[in-house]
Design a binder for this molecule. Structure first.
Ligand code: MRU
Length: 354
């Protein structure tokens, strides 16, 4: 752990040659502390413990974890190094099961290493670092593109409801859902945001509100249970959230609570959009039924921060994500444009033209 810094927006994750530095998101916004990962296991722990979170940021961390494995490996041949990478990949993949970007990044790193088995370990190490840094750089470019396409959907003067944190902190920078909001503001529109607090980790209250306030974008935090009532009273014009995994038919896993927001949006005739890079779309699964939903420690519900609110005798169920069937989704904003229903053909087409 390294010391605190001033209160300006800092990079979510940085490659430092022989270690990785992450902003510890468990401590934000009250403390800005870095979490240092010197070995692949440290990165896996950081992902599990929510030091770094948000599907694209988890993907970037996974890429860097593989690069760190290559740097730390004592392998003396390309094939031995590939074995070390595969071993790391097997455990890393289980760190958080729902976020597809984790699997996507691991696959991308392994594919590159597999094409180089006859090269020297040194060459493979260099390539692993290069690939991990490309994942980070591309992610920021992709978010800007999503912002470009998505901002048109936000009317001037609109109030946007968002859930969890799909901002700079959840990505390499700029954000997916918050990137679209940022782009609308940059284009000169007046936009207000309502951010669900997002129990139990409070990503909306702690991270989304913090990011938007830093940018001077008006934001109000509401409890998760207030969203429906604000929709009904006409206070919300559009909903935009991120995604952790999207199936080939458009069914979308995102932070727990997203499903009920989508249903309520439809009931109140409010457009509901998902903003996500193509790296979040898992075309190998037909529908949301096949998405593995992560269940986390019940203590995350029984406690607020470190303080226990109830005793261990109270049972709690803590799914981290839910699945929104695609019939509730007005459109999916990607770096290649906006996909509308029917999603099976829309998603297929966008991958064909990739
Ligand atoms: O549990 P988290 O904080 O990793 O959940 C994050 C979300 O649900 C985000 O909406 C999603 O990963 C998209 S982030 C651009």
């Amino acid at each position: 752990m390294e010391g605190e810094d001033s209160l300006t927006m800092l990079p979510t994750i940085e490659w430092k040659g022989d270690h990785i530095r992450m902003l510890d998101q468990r401590k934000l916004p009250l403390k800005k502390e870095y979490y240092v990962c010197k070995a692949p296991k440290d990165v896996m722990d950081a992902i599990k413990k929510m030091v770094i979170r948000g599907a694209p940021a988890i993907g970037i961390a996974a890429g860097m974890c593989m690069a760190l494995c290559a740097v730390r490996s004592k392998a003396r041949s390309g094939s031995a190094l590939l074995m070390d990478l595969r071993k790391t990949a097997d455990t890393l993949e289980k760190a958080r099961p729902t976020a597809y970007n984790l699997k996507w990044a691991i696959k991308r790193m392994l594919n590159r290493a597999e094409r180089m088995t006859s090269s020297s370990p040194e060459k493979i190490r260099e390539s692993m670092i290069e690939e991990a840094l490309s994942i980070l750089k591309e992610d920021i470019d992709i978010n800007r593109k999503m912002g470009y396409f998505g901002q048109e959907l936000i009317p001037d003067g609109a109030t946007v409801l968002t859930h969890c944190n799909a901002g700079a902190l959840a990505t390499g920078g700029y954000g997916t859902a918050l990137g679209v909001i940022r782009a609308a503001v940059e284009s000169g529109k007046k936009v207000r945001v309502m951010a669900d607090e997002t129990r139990p980790w409070l990503q909306g209250l702690r991270l989304t509100a913090f990011e938007l306030m830093e940018d001077g974008i008006p934001v109000e935090v509401i409890t998760d249970s207030a969203a429906g009532s604000f929709m009904r009273s006409g206070r919300i014009d559009i909903v935009i959230t991120g995604a952790d995994r999207i199936a080939a038919n458009g069914d979308t896993a995102n932070k727990i609570g997203t499903y009920q927001i989508a249903v309520l949006a439809k009931e109140n005739r409010i457009p509901f959009f998902i903003a996500a890079p193509l790296s979040t779309i898992d075309t190998s699964i037909k529908s949301g039924e096949e998405i593995d939903i992560e269940f986390r420690d019940p203590d995350e519900i029984r406690r607020i921060g470190r303080k226990s609110i109830v005793g261990q005798e109270v049972n709690a169920l803590n799914p981290a994500f839910d699945v929104t069937p695609s019939r509730y989704i007005t459109g999916i904003i990607t770096e290649k444009g906006i996909i509308g229903p029917p999603y099976i053909s829309g998603i297929r087409r966008i991958f064909q033209n990739k």
